[in-house]
Ligand binder design. Structure first.
Ligand SMILES: [Zn+2]
Length: 176
């Protein structure tokens, strides 16, 4: 399946030392097999290019100690970019700036901007406002913002861990 050729995105990734590991390539491939359409426009990999987008970027996940989310399906969606497709990855995944992200990417892609062309999105007042108020990139985030993000990620995507499961089992045993 063709992978998105997005030079800016790859540049940002290399700035943060994010390597395209074999593990990631395999996961992205599997994700595209189960989610082979852009969430916003429904375009298929055959007609354009699709990216596996991290709702919360790897550099932020790493910064708050949630590197597990880089490889967690719950943090991934398919969006299009590249030749022959719209720019839904850049516009809805990153609010027009590869260094930022859109915490409401799913809602935007499936409701407000569902099946909307890039030109429409770029000129839409709501999108322009969202883009102006987009989250800071990691370097510009305050310690308080980083802490708030960690709390949010822990709530929205609880750590899937064996320890938690065994603790729960122990609790059930004890309370019987
Ligand atoms: Zn699209």
């Amino acid at each position: 399946m063709p992978q998105a050729v997005n030079k800016e995105g790859i540049l940002i990734e290399s700035e943060y030392d994010f390597e395209r590991s074999v593990e990631w390539k395999n996961l992205a491939k599997a994700h595209l097999q189960t989610h082979p359409f852009c969430l916003a426009c429904g375009c298929k990999s055959v007609s354009g290019y699709l990216s596996v987008h991290h709702k919360y970027p790897y550099q932020l996940c790493n910064a708050v100690g949630r590197a597990d989310l880089v490889f967690d399906e719950r943090n991934l969606i398919t969006l299009c970019d590249g030749r022959g497709s719209e720019e839904h990855h850049l516009l809805l995944g990153h609010l027009g700036d590869w260094a930022s992200f859109n915490p409401e990417a799913i809602t935007d892609a499936t409701t407000t901007f569902f099946q909307k062309k890039s030109a429409f999105i770029r000129s839409n007042e709501l999108w322009i406002t969202k883009s102006k108020n987009k989250p800071n990139c990691l370097e510009k985030m305050s310690e308080m913002e980083i802490n708030a993000l960690k709390i949010k990620l822990d709530l929205v995507y609880p750590i899937k861990s064996v320890e938690i499961k065994s603790l729960k089992a122990e609790f059930v045993m004890r309370s019987k």
